[in-house]
Design a protein around this ligand. Structure first.
Ligand SMILES: Cc1cc2nc3c(=O)[nH]c(=O)nc-3n(C[C@H](O)[C@H](O)[C@H](O)COP(=O)(O)OP(=O)(O)OC[C@H]3O[C@@H](n4cnc5c(N)ncnc54)[C@H](O)[C@@H]3O)c2cc1C
Length: 321
């Protein structure tokens, strides 16, 4: 058992960003765990995605041809099993996405492998692979070892690993697949559009995020204007999105987006509940503004000030003009 298998995803003819995250995760442990890194892509036109998967560090791209342009969990599981039986990787990486989680556990059971979901850090210790995920409703980070397991299957949290840019020199191999009786178990009914937004919290480097501390919907435009002036992306806590003050794509946290690329996070009137922290506590520099000195946001903030958000906004507005 050696090497790493990445199970890539695509939707509507575009390779999912999570596939690049998986390459980043594989490369984070490739040297210590041992290569090669193989990326599997399944679909009716798998070759179409080979170019996008061909990043530096990927050794081989495996194409699994099915007759379905859309995601099919049974076909994806069969393709992954075929690749695993042929190449015997010691680590299998899937995205922690609706598609990935729909067959990752089944794959792990079939293999009798170790398994962990929603992993956001990887290491290799003297005893083997170590994966880190959250536990107890995100209150603690849990480091998991897999004693006695020669194979481990993981789903990887989005935007937590980065693939190198540039073009690799991966070989391309078409995988022989037998899918009789496999395809057709799932039927793709259609796509339901999420509300459109030009916001991408996962990619933003500077986020100015607002919480219930801004008091009222009528104050949102003031903070939106401030964010624009400062060149920040406007984020928010869940109550702000749930109340319809901002569209859902602005929400940071467990049921929102992870600020995976963020270097500076300005939390204005946000208490810092664990579910919010899920999306931002890893950020390098967090500045919190809250009138409550005991607010949990100060437990993760790099610096902060116990003051009124409106006074803070006024000071920034003056400074930014
Ligand atoms: C399953 C589940 C999933 C969840 N997912 C998410 C998620 O993805 N993202 C998320 O954010 N939450 C999520 N939540 C909700 C979360 O538990 C909190 O309720 C939420 O984060 C609180 O939002 P808030 O900080 O804006 O509001 P509050 O907790 O009400 O905090 C408002 C803060 O503003 C401060 N404040 C008030 N007035 C001022 C002022 N004038 N100046 C400065 N500070 C002021 C207060 O001191 C307070 O700390 C989830 C909850 C559950 C159960």
């Amino acid at each position: 058992m050696s090497g790493i298998l990445i199970v890539a995803e695509h939707i509507r003819g575009v390779l999912a960003d999570s596939s690049a995250d998986l390459i980043g995760a594989a490369l984070a442990v490739k040297e210590k765990l041992g290569g090669p890194v193989r990326a599997l892509v399944t679909g009716d036109l798998p070759r179409f995605f080979a170019e996008a998967l061909n990043r530096p560090g990927v050794d081989e791209i495996l194409l699994a041809q099915t007759d379905n342009a859309n995601f099919d969990a049974a076909a994806s599981e069969s393709a992954a099993m075929a690749a695993i039986e042929k190449y015997e990787p010691s680590l299998i990486l899937l995205a922690h996405s609706a598609n990935g989680v729909s067959f990752a556990a089944a794959l792990a059971v079939r293999l009798g492998s170790g398994f962990a979901a929603d992993v956001f850090a990887l290491d290799v210790t003297a005893t083997g692979l170590r994966a880190t995920r959250n536990g107890y409703a995100n209150k603690v980070n849990v480091e998991l070892d897999f004693p006695g397991k020669s194979v481990v299957t993981l789903t990887i949290r989005g935007s937590t690993f980065k693939a190198p840019d540039g073009r690799g020199s991966a070989a391309i191999t078409t995988l022989p697949l037998r899918l009789e009786g496999i395809t057709g178990r799932y039927r793709h009914l259609g796509f339901e559009e999420a509300p459109s937004s030009d916001i991408d919290i996962g990619k933003a480097e500077f986020i100015l995020s607002i919480g219930r501390g801004i008091q009222d919907e009528k104050n949102v435009p003031r903070f939106a204007a401030l964010a624009e002036k400062l060149g920040a992306t406007l984020g928010c806590s869940r109550p702000v999105a749930d109340s319809g003050w901002l569209p859902k794509p602005h929400q940071v946290g467990l049921t929102g987006k992870v600020a995976g690329n963020c270097k500076l996070y300005l939390a204005l009137g946000i208490s810092g509940a664990v579910q919010h922290q899920h999306g931002m506590k890893h950020v390098e520099t967090i500045i919190a503004i809250n009138t409550d000195a005991n607010a949990p946001i100060y437990n993760v903030a790099t610096s902060g000030c116990v003051m009124d958000v409106f006074d803070f906004a006024a000071a920034l507005e003056r400074a930014a003009t």
